[in-house]
Every structure is written in C-alpha cells, then in structure tokens.
Design a binder for this molecule. Structure first.
Ligand code: SF4
Length: 349
C-alpha cells in the first residue's frame, strides 16, 4: 500500500538539485491530458491528430493523487513553480480538485495553467477558488479569420477574449498571452496584437515558431526572428529591453518607452536560452522529459504503481535531473530538426 498523504518530511526546500551544467531545477510543467479541442497547425495538425488518433486511455493517465505525489518529490528538490498544461488542461475532468491538491504543497509559490481559453469564461471562478494563481492564454491573432485558420476548429477570437476578461475579473493575474508567430500566416497581425494589449496590464509573449515534435512541417523559412518582431512593434511604439524577473525566465522582456506596459519574446530558434533552462516536464502518463525537444522520457508510473516509497521516487527524480545535459536549441540544425522528438501536445509547451 503506497502512503500518498504523509509526505511532509520530503517537502522542505533544499538547495535546488542542479544538472550537469549547474542549472537549478525550478519549474515543473505537468501535462494532464494529451487531448485538445483545438488543432493548432504548429502543434496538433488535424491531418495527424484526427478522429482515429489513439489518445491515452483513462488508466494510462496518472491520477491526481499520483501527480501530486510526483509534484511533492519535485518541490522537495527545488521546484517552486508548477504549470498545468496538456493538450488542453481544462478538458481534464475535475482539474479543480488537482489544483486544490497542488496548492496545498508547501513551497509551491506559483501555480498556473496554460490554456486555449475555450472553457475559461465558464471555469475561471472555480479555478481561482481551487487555488490557482494565474493563467497563460494561447491566442495567435486578433484577426478572427487568421485565428480560426490557425486553431483549425473555427474557434472565434471573441470567446478567448471573454475568457481573458473572466480570468481577470476573478484575479487570475498577471495574465500572459502566448502568440506563436509564423511567417506568412500571422506575422502581419503582430502589431495589432501588441496594440490591443499594450495598456491592459496583460503581457503578450510573441513566440518564435519552433520545430517541436515531428508533425508540424516546420521550416526555418517560416520563423520570424525575435529581433524582427521587436522591430515591427518598435517602429510604431518605441520599446526598450528590461531585466528578466528571475534567472531562467523564458521570455526576453521589453517595455514600451511611454510606460504603457510590456511584452516578451521567446526566441528559442534565434537566441537559445538553454543556459539557464530550469524546466522539467511530466507527461500525462507519468514520464518525465528534461527538454521540450527530447526524444526519450523516464517513466515514473511503473515505479509508483509498483509501490515505490516517497524517498525512492525522490531519488529517481534527483538522478534524472542531476544527469541532465539537454541543450537542444544550442545545437539545432538541418539534421536535428528531423530527429524523432516527443510531441508538444503530449508534454505541454
Ligand atoms: S531546448 Fe531544451 S534545454 Fe534548451 S531551453 Fe528548451 S527545453 Fe531547455
């Protein structure tokens, strides 16, 4: 019988465990489902993830108790920020219960969700009441036609904006908005996106299109470099770079010179940030991945279901992180992007 509740001795914050490059463990991203109700072309193209695609069966998914146990182990090794992802995490039934369990772990000081906001306007209040701190919303364009084409399920912009409003109204702030920029698809809508949120207090993060997984048909020519995105905005609204909030923050931050707010750019392709990468990912079926572009994960579910103790689980996780060498973006090439990589919809962004 696994003791799922008495993990208290494991949760004290020790010096964060470090990998082979001295990078401290800080962020745990937990994918709670491999399913999504969108088919964003750069993540889950409908041609691959169609109605016959075999998604994970219920019993293959970690239960909330199992997820919480793994999270405790990670927090004991230095994690203080937990992000719930998917697929679309709000599709996982009862996720508010999981949020409540994770919010109770001493040492978690930032509990957030990345969502496509399709369900947010109906759920924001319950998510906040469960203990969620804030949300990140994916919105690739304010141009309704462009956005519907990119999510490929004809989902309207207005419903996402309503979700953002609902999240703000219940205090799930600061709200970050992730916008993947693809040349010839939505790069012409970058400035309207920046302008719309400029004085809102919400922070748009423009993301360079990445060769995640192996199904999105990525080409380097379709990448709009971060400096070009910044220059598009700077031409209309002068901006200046500002310091990161913490070591390992993914986005390069810029503020508008007139003080009307800030935005970020995530430049994995042209300005790799592996040097301070503090992120680990847990898939919905219980494997940990030490890089977004990994080919292989380490299964924890078997150990959990075979009755491993909390201490054994912690040692397993410690071993994985301390042996980590990942730095995919530093070595990206015409060869590496073809290699088999885990799908982003499987481990979350
Ligand atoms: S490529 Fe991998 S190691 Fe580099 S920043 Fe991204 S997740 Fe971290």
């Amino acid at each position: 019988m696994i003791n799922l509740t008495n993990g208290s001795d494991m949760v004290s914050h020790q010096d964060p465990v470090r990998d082979t490059r001295g990078r401290a463990l800080h962020d745990l991203r937990i994918s709670v489902t491999d399913r999504c109700n969108f088919r964003c072309t750069y993540c889950m193209p409908a041609s691959i993830f169609g109605k016959d695609y075999e998604y994970l069966a219920r019993d293959q998914l970690l239960s909330f108790e199992e997820i919480t146990r793994v999270a405790r182990a990670f927090v004991g090794l230095g994690v203080s920020k937990i992000r719930l992802t998917g697929g679309e995490p709000l599709l996982r039934k009862g996720i508010e219960d999981l949020i409540g369990m994770l919010a109770e772990i001493p040492g978690v000081d930032d509990l957030t969700v990345t969502t496509n906001a399709s369900l947010l306007s109906r759920r924001a209040e319950r998510l906040s009441a469960a203990g969620l701190d804030r949300v990140t919303v994916s919105l690739d364009s304010l141009d309704d036609e462009v956005f519907r084409r990119m999510n490929d399920v004809d989902f309207p912009v207005v419903d996402v904006l309503e979700g953002i409003e609902a999240a703000e109204s219940v205090g799930l702030t600061p709200i970050k908005i992730n916008c993947v920029v693809i040349r010839g698809v939505n790069d012409h809508t970058v400035v309207p996106m920046a302008e719309h949120f400029r004085e809102s207090g919400h922070i748009v993060r423009f993301i360079e299109y990445m060769d995640v997984g192996t199904t999105n048909g990525w080409r380097l020519d379709d990448v709009v470099p971060a400096r070009e995105i910044v220059s598009l905005i700077d031409t209309v609204h002068p901006v200046e770079p500002i310091e990161p909030n913490y070591v390992g923050e993914v986005a390069n931050r810029y503020r508008y010179a007139d003080g009307s707010g800030e935005f970020g750019v995530i430049a994995s392709v042209t300005q790799p940030f592996c040097d301070n990468c503090s992120r680990v990912r847990l898939s919905a079926e219980g494997s940990i991945y030490t890089c977004l572009f990994a080919s292989q994960g380490t299964d924890l579910r078997q150990d959990i279901r075979d009755g491993s103790s909390d201490a054994e689980l912690t040692e397993l996780v410690r071993g994985v992180w301390s042996g980590r060498t990942d730095a995919y973006s530093e070595h990206r090439s015409n060869v590496t992007f073809k290699k088999r990589k885990v799908e982003m919809s499987y481990i979350g962004g």
